[in-house]
Write a protein that binds this ligand. Structure first.
Ligand code: ZN
Length: 194
């Protein structure tokens, strides 16, 4: 549960374990997001307060906390169980944009920095090195991401998700979103190598 030291401006989040899938979506969009896997609400609240993070949770008890009801701490009660609906609620509520996709490591929430192609040699599969020109590297775990086809597909999905917002309630199609996040995290065909 590391916090980023530097970052793009914009809201920062702390995601409760009951809406954990939101973390990767928000990171993918470039928002500094930490995942809280503890059980002590007070600890999560203290962390949110200390780091100026918005709490995302399905726990109504959090919403009744004095810090939240008084407005000192911002929290959003997530309404749906469906990840795609959850991210749409957050995007819609806060008017999030897609200005900085893939600027944060999906695994550890640290900033990604441009990596010159020659420094990726030997650290990514040969076919990737032959076909990709742009790479970014996580400052913390040193995973390398590249703008492969999966990256492009994810970007399109995110754009569609944003466009769907204008169309009211979620469609069946948007259920794909949860699956995409899992894919992105697993075979990091966003392209990741260590
Ligand atoms: Zn990382």
């Amino acid at each position: 549960m590391r916090s980023r030291v530097t970052g793009v401006t914009g809201p920062k989040f702390i995601v409760d374990s009951n809406v954990g899938k939101l973390a990767k979506w928000l990171r993918m969009m470039g928002y500094d997001t930490i995942f809280f896997d503890g059980t002590d609400d007070a600890q999560m609240i203290a962390l949110a307060l200390a780091e100026g993070r918005i709490i995302l949770t399905r726990d109504t008890r959090i919403m009744k906390r004095r810090l939240v009801t008084s407005g000192q701490l911002k929290a959003i009660l997530i309404e749906s169980d469906v990840p795609a609906h959850q991210i749409r609620q957050v995007i819609d509520t806060l008017h999030l944009d897609y200005a900085h996709p893939f600027t944060i490591c999906l695994e550890c929430n640290q900033p990604l920095a441009e990596l010159p192609k020659e420094q990726a040699k030997g650290r990514v599969p040969p076919y990737v090195f032959q076909t990709q020109e742009q790479y970014v590297e996580c400052s913390h775990c040193h995973r390398i991401y590249w703008r492969g086809t999966h990256w492009q597909a994810m970007t399109r999905k995110m754009e569609r998700l944003g466009q769907n917002l204008a169309k009211g309630p979620a469609t069946e199609k948007s259920n794909d979103a949860g699956r995409d996040v899992r894919e992105a995290g697993n075979h990091t065909g966003l392209g990741a190598a260590q």
